[in-house]
Ligand binder design. Sequence first.
Ligand code: NAD
Ligand code: UDP
Length: 324
Amino acid sequence: MKRILVAGGAGFLGSHLCETFLARGDQVICLDNFITGSEKNIASFLGAKEQFEVIRHDICLPFDIKKVDEIYNLACPASPPHYQRDPIQTLKTSVLGSLHLLEIAKRHRAKILQASTSEVYGDPLEHPQTEGYWGHVNPIGIRSCYDEGKRCAETLFFDFHRAYKVPIRIARIFNTYGPRMHPNDGRVVSNFIVQALKKEPLTLYGDGSQTRSFCYVDDLIEGLILLMDAPQSVVGPINLGNPNELSVNALAQRILRLTDSYAPIVYCPLPTDDPKQRRPNIQRALDELGWQPRVSLEEGLAETISFFKTILKTHDGCQSIALL
Ligand code: NAD
Ligand code: UDP
C-alpha cells in the first residue's frame, strides 16, 4: 500500500486518479483549492475514511504533510477561459505550486509526476509533435500564463532532479476528455456535448479547420500510472495522447450525430494564439512504457455523452451549476 498525494485531486483528471488508487487499496491525500475542481467529483470517495483524506489548500502557499511515497501534480486550471480568468494566479500555481511540491518530494524522497501539457509546444511548427521539439510559444500572449508556467515547471522539475536527485516524471498530456468534465468547463468536447444535448447552437471558434487529437480519460490515467511506475531512468518528458487527429469542424459533426441533435452551428471569433494543429507522436510512450491509447473517439464520446445526459437531467440546465 502506498501513500499518494494527488494535488488537483478534485478536478477532472485528478478525481479519476484518486478513484484508481482507492480501488487498488492505496491511501490517497487529495489536495485542492477547488478553483475548478468540484466536491461532487470526490463525494463518492469520502466514505473510505481510512483511505481518503481531503486537504483544502492553495499550492501557491507552502505546506507540509506526513510522509508520502508518490506525488502527482495536477493542480492547475486546464481550460483556456479558466486559466485566463486570473493569469497571475495560474502562473503562480504552475511555478510556486510546483516548487512547493518539489520541496516536499525532496524532503520525503518521494517520486513526483508533473502533469505537463502539449501547450509547451505552443502553436507548433513541427507536426506531429515529438518530445524533442522545443516549441513555438508566444511568451507575452493571453495563453502564456499557462504555456510558460508549464514550461517553467518542467525546468524546475529537471533542476530538482539534477541538483537533488529527486525522482521526477513529466507527462505532456494532449487534449483529454471524458466523464467528470464540468458542464461549464469551457473546453471544446464538453461545450459541444452540452450544447448539442440542450439543442443550443454549437459555438465553433474560427472556421473550425484547426485540429486537435482527443484522448479518452481511462487511457490517459493508465499512461500516467505506467509513467510513475516506470524504472527510475524514465523521467520523460513523455507525450501522452491519442494521435487520432481531427478538425474541430469534424468533431462538431461527430457530436451532433452521436447525440441525434439538430442544433445549429454558430461561428465565433478564433481566440488569440489558438494553435492551428496538434497531434502527438507517441513513439516514446510506446517504447518506454508499452503504452498506447485503446479507446476510440466514438466509444469515448458515447461514454461522455451518457455522463452529460445524466448530470443535465439532475440539474436545471448547466447555467445553474456555476463553476466559480
Ligand atoms: P481541472 O481544472 O478539472 O483540474 C485542475 C484541479 O486543480 C482542480 O481541481 C482545481 O481546483 C485544482 N487547482 C487549481 N489551482 C490550484 C491551486 N493553486 N492549488 C490547489 N489546487 C488547484 O483540469 P484537468 O483537465 O483535470 O487537468 C488536470 C491537470 O492536467 C492540469 O494540471 C492540466 O494542466 C493538465 N492537463 C490536462 C489536459 C486535459 O486535456 N485534461 C491536457 C494537458 C494537461
Ligand atoms: N473551441 C471551439 N468551441 C468551443 C471551445 C473550443 O471551437 O466552444 C476550439 C478552440 O478554439 C480550439 C479547440 O476547440 O481550437 C480546442 O479547444 P479547447 O479549449 O478544448 O482546448 P485547447 O485549445 O487548449 O487545445
